[in-house]
Design a protein around this ligand. Structure first.
Ligand code: NAD
Ligand code: UFG
Length: 343
């Protein structure tokens, strides 16, 4: 019996595959490599010294997807595959709805056909309608403000409807806060294409000299130092949260949402200073205008995940920055080599 991991070659997926293999699960990846590199799958094998099946397919290709279910005995699915860039989703909404929502519907149809009714889904803290309410609980009001967020919210609702139609499904909706860092081996990590959108990859690009300076988006928020505060979570803690969620879906039925965050917030300036400390590098930055759509503060109340999944994040902010830096140092071009600069 195996766990199928969609998007398993990507950032969070690859770290989760490592933890699944270490815990003794058989793992099958499907990924179209749209935003990842086959080298990450080789690195998963290298870290774990275990084999892993990889299918280079797209969730939109239902026939190929079905062949994966025919060839393997799949027990449960962890569904990471999707597009994830907020700004791009505003420009390309149809691509986002098609890839994320249609891809998920295809997957669920085939799961249903093969009687595989256990799923862990990658949702996001972006589904919350939050305005400086303090720590975010799972029962807070939900609302999306861009096409990417709407795909997450729609998929959550589709999965709830699926359970209403057939109560033998078991589904965990994992709402991630801000995943950062890398595996302690430095062999797998976040490998954004082009200029990074997110804070930590941007900082580490400045630290290694690939980008001249960080733009800090606003210092007039109602926070300790005026810069935005987020709940950064080590990607390995996040991966371990998926193991707990898999245990849960394998042993129960129903649909449950869980926050995966630490419950602690750090500002942009704090992140810069911690990264400087662990890397020994100076991070040049300048304060610019606020980025449209940004919140001042966003951090999780992780109590429900602790109580029901027996999971809590244990890796601190310095470890997150240290592991991100080690990944950057060991892989200055990400998974690409100088001989093969393209993906
Ligand atoms: P990622 O882009 O590194 O991984 C996603 C993987 O899915 C990629 O390898 C990509 O090639 C693959 N993929 C995309 N569409 C596909 C399709 N139609 N068929 C097959 N493969 C496809 O992203 P990530 O950071 O690892 O995020 C994983 C999931 O977690 C995503 O659903 C994302 O929306 C969600 N999430 C991420 C964050 C974050 O900050 N990284 C925060 C909240 C939620
Ligand atoms: N920031 C900067 N400069 C940068 C990048 C970010 O100052 O170059 C600041 C932002 O303004 C924010 C903080 O750093 O205050 C974190 O920004 P990120 O872009 O790293 O993360 P966000 O919290 O904005 O967004 C993340 C994911 C989204 C997801 C959202 C909510 O990238 O996909 O969390 O879960 F929707």
């Amino acid at each position: 019996m195996a766990i199928l991991v969609t998007g398993g070659a990507g950032y969070i997926g690859s770290h989760t595959c490592v933890e699944l293999l270490n815990a003794g699960y058989e793992v099958i990846i499907i990924d179209n490599l749209y935003n990842s590199n086959i080298e990450s799958v080789n690195r998963i094998r290298e870290i774990t010294k275990k084999d892993i099946k990889f299918y280079p397919t797209d969730l939109i290709d239902r026939d190929y997807l079905e062949s994966v279910f025919l060839e393997n005995k799949i027990e449960a699915v962890i569904h990471f595959a999707g597009y994830k860039a907020v700004g791009e989703s505003v420009k390309l909404p149809l691509d986002y709805y098609h890839n994320n929502v249609t891809g998920t519907i295809n997957l669920c149809r085939i799961m249903q056909k093969y009687n595989v009714k256990k799923m862990v889904f990658s949702s996001s803290a972006t589904v919350y309608d939050v305005y400086e309410r303090g720590a975010i609980c799972e029962d807070f009001p939900l609302k999306a403000y861009n096409p990417y967020g709407r795909t997450k919210l729609m998929i959550e609702e589709i999965l709830r409807d699926l359970y209403v139609s057939d109560d033998s499904w078991s589904i965990s909706l994992l709402r991630y806060f801000n995943p950062v860092g890398a595996h302690s081996s430095g062999l797998i990590g976040e490998d954004p294409q082009g200029i990074p959108n997110n804070l930590l990859p941007y900082i580490s690009n400045v630290a290694i000299g690939k980008l001249p300076e960080l733009q800090v988006f606003g210092n007039d928020y109602p926070t300790l130092d005026g810069t935005g505060v987020r709940d950064y979570i080590h990607v390995v803690d996040l991966a371990l949260g998926h193991l707990k969620a898999i245990e849960k879906v394998l042993s129960t039925i129903g649909v449950n949402a869980y926050n995966l965050g630490t419950g602690n917030g750090y500002s942009v300036l704090e992140m810069i200073h911690i990264f400087e400390k662990v890397s020994g590098k100076n991070i040049a930055y300048k304060i610019v205008n606020r980025r449209p759509g940004d919140l001042a503060i966003c951090y999780a109340d992780p109590t429900k995940a602790k109580a029901e999944l027996n999971w809590a994040a244990i890796r601190g902010i310095e470890e997150m920055c240290k592991d991100a830096w080690q990944w950057q140092l060991k892989n200055p071009h990400g998974y690409r080599t100088l001989e093969s600069p393209k993906k």
